[in-house]
Design a protein around this ligand. Structure first.
Ligand code: NDP
Length: 517
């Protein structure tokens, strides 16, 4: 099979009036259809539960996004069993047939990309540009993993042994439970689900409760593009009940999780407990939190560093695992850095993200707003509040972009993941101390340095202990294929999503040796 070379989906140029009109039209179409009641799907059948739950637009809480089935632990068990029953037929499908479904889904998603992005604007409060990037990444994951799966099905290199014909084949694992977060509710959900399915596994997908509608749109798209329904079971409901039952089921072969450190650790522990009748060790792919830093050296392009900090700290309101939540700044440029940073933060326009001019929207829900405000209060005591610090107007969960300076390296706001628009600025004596501070949390996801000093670049390359390390570039915005993504330590199992080895986590290798002659 001849594959086209992989190319990242280009981002939409919203300075063009025709793109603005197209996106406004998509927003109007999606807004009109909001409030729909979504079914779950188990074993190819629509499932309706006794109880339902709703979610609302975080930027305008009177707007209901949808109503979903609140499934129970028993429903979860049925979903795993249905996926188990569908496994043998799906696993035996020739790879070319499986991959074609995912290439076709990528094409259809490209055609309808503004509709999906518009849903992201309403459901989780993404600006136009952030929503467009999320959808572009989802298209990339579909194309990239389908291409990788084709290569995985080719003969693998083994050393010849005289008198034998030897092969190593990759075969699927079984039932995978896929549990994504709400902050990239399309891209991460698509990437995790597509990787598990294209390699021949069957899946039970449980989206985050803040973002089931966009996940439902993706599931419907896969069905439309020919995925047999029993192969992908879609279940909605509380993670602590439904998600837990999926993780604990004896027929669950692997769990692919992206979310917080605490949930990840709980799943890690549960996955290690064998259930009566379980005949395998469950595999866990877990991508968890971050506390990411940009280290700014004395010798650097300071304006570029300031722009990178603003983009990485406040893009999508700081709700990215890769967000810069700490700027670590050399004492020689510290005051100048703050002087240049402040007007740029204060110029960020905040409001409902359906208006193109609003760069900053709401945080995702009430608990996120309260948590962020609590951390700001802690930060007021630990450092010096420079700007922000409160709520912003609007009938939603708006928290002002906030900068707290003079933060000690071991302060709580320097150590704990806040997941909101809060930046801590830390002063260091020299570059070496900056590196020590950069490594002083339990996380290890992303980080950048801004420096023009080649020795410092080399030193940081060796010592800055993160899965995704950048030089003179912001610490968010990893591209599928170009920046395989995943972190160290409490940031997870370093899965390197969007990288050449990612699919190996969803297969097992079988060696076949035949005596000949
Ligand atoms: P959570 O851990 O709260 O939730 C993630 C998912 O886990 C949700 O689908 C949730 O369901 C589910 N869940 C919750 N409890 C359980 C349980 N006991 N058993 C099984 N599933 C459960 O994370 P968030 O959704 O708040 O996502 C934000 C976090 O994700 C941040 O920490 C961020 O850093 C991290 N993240 C990491 C990335 C990485 O690549 N390292 C990328 C993106 C985000 P429900 O919503 O129903 O509770």
């Amino acid at each position: 099979m001849q594959l086209p070379a992989f190319r990242n989906e280009p981002l939409t140029d919203f300075s063009k009036p025709e793109q603005q009109q197209a996106f406004a039209k998509a927003l109007a179409t999606i807004e009109q259809g909001l409030g729909r009641t979504w079914p779950s799907w188990i074993g190819g059948e629509e499932v309706v539960a006794k109880e339902t739950f709703d979610n609302h637009d975080p930027g305008e809480v009177s707007r209901r996004i949808g109503r979903y089935q609140k499934l129970t632990a028993d429903d979860g068990k049925r979903a795993v069993e249905a996926a188990h029953a569908a496994f043998p037929a799906w696993a035996e499908r020739p790879m070319a047939q499986r991959t074609e479904i995912f290439f076709a889904t990528a094409r259809k998603l490209r055609e309808r990309k503004h509709l999906f992005s518009a849903m992201l604007v309403f459901e989780v409060g993404k600006s136009w540009a952030e929503a467009d990037a999320d959808t572009a990444e989802a298209i990339d994951f579909l194309d990239y993993y389908a291409g990788l799966a084709v290569r995985l099905a080719q003969p693998q290199p083994v050393t010849p042994v005289p008198g034998e014909r030897n092969q190593m084949l990759y075969i699927p694992l079984g039932v995978g439970v896929v549990i994504p977060p709400w902050n990239f509710p399309l891209a991460i959900c698509v990437g995790m689900t597509a990787a598990a399915l294209v390699t021949g596994n069957t899946v039970v997908l449980k989206p985050a409760s803040q973002s089931p509608a966009i996940a439902g749109m993706f599931v419907e798209l896969l069905y439309e593009c020919g995925l047999p329904r029993p192969v992908l079971n879609f279940v909605t409901g509380p993670g602590s009940v439904l998600g837990a039952a999926l993780v604990q089921h004896k027929l669950t072969r692997f769990i692919s999780f992206t979310g917080s450190r605490d949930t990840g650790l709980w799943i890690f522990e549960q996955a290690s407990k064998t259930q009566p009748g379980q005949i395998w060790l469950k595999r866990l792919v877990a991508e968890m939190g971050g506390k990411d830093s940009i280290l700014i050296d004395q010798e650097c392009n300071l304006d570029a560093a300031v722009d990178a900090v603003v983009a990485s700290a406040f893009g999508y309101q700081g709700q990215k695992c890769s967000a810069c939540s700490r700027a670590i700044v050399h004492q020689q440029v510290y005051d100048e850095f703050l002087k240049r940073l402040l007007p740029k933060v204060q110029a960020l326009k905040q409001g409902h993200p359906k208006d193109r001019g609003n760069a900053i929207g709401p945080v995702v829900d009430a608990s996120s707003k309260n948590k962020t405000l609590e951390y700001i209060d802690i930060g007021r005591k630990e450092g010096r509040l420079l700007t922000g610090g409160g709520v912003a107007p609007g009938n939603g969960y708006y928290v002002q972009p906030t900068v707290i300076a003079d933060v000690p390296p071991k302060a709580r706001i320097s150590q704990e993941e806040i997941f909101g628009p809060v930046l801590a600025v830390i002063k260091v004596q020299d570059f070496a101390q900056g590196l020590e501070v950069a490594n002083n949390t339990e996380y290890g996801l992303t980080g950048s340095v801004y420096t023009t000093n080649d020795q410092h670049k080399e030193l940081a390359k060796q010592r800055f202990h993160v899965g995704n390390f950048y030089i003179n570039r912001k610490c968010t915005g990893a591209l599928v294929g170009g920046h395989p993504f995943g972190g160290f330590n409490m940031s997870g199992t370093d899965s390197k999503a969007g990288g050449p080895d990612y699919l190996l986590q969803f297969v097992q290798a079988k060696t076949v040796s035949e005596k000949v002659g």
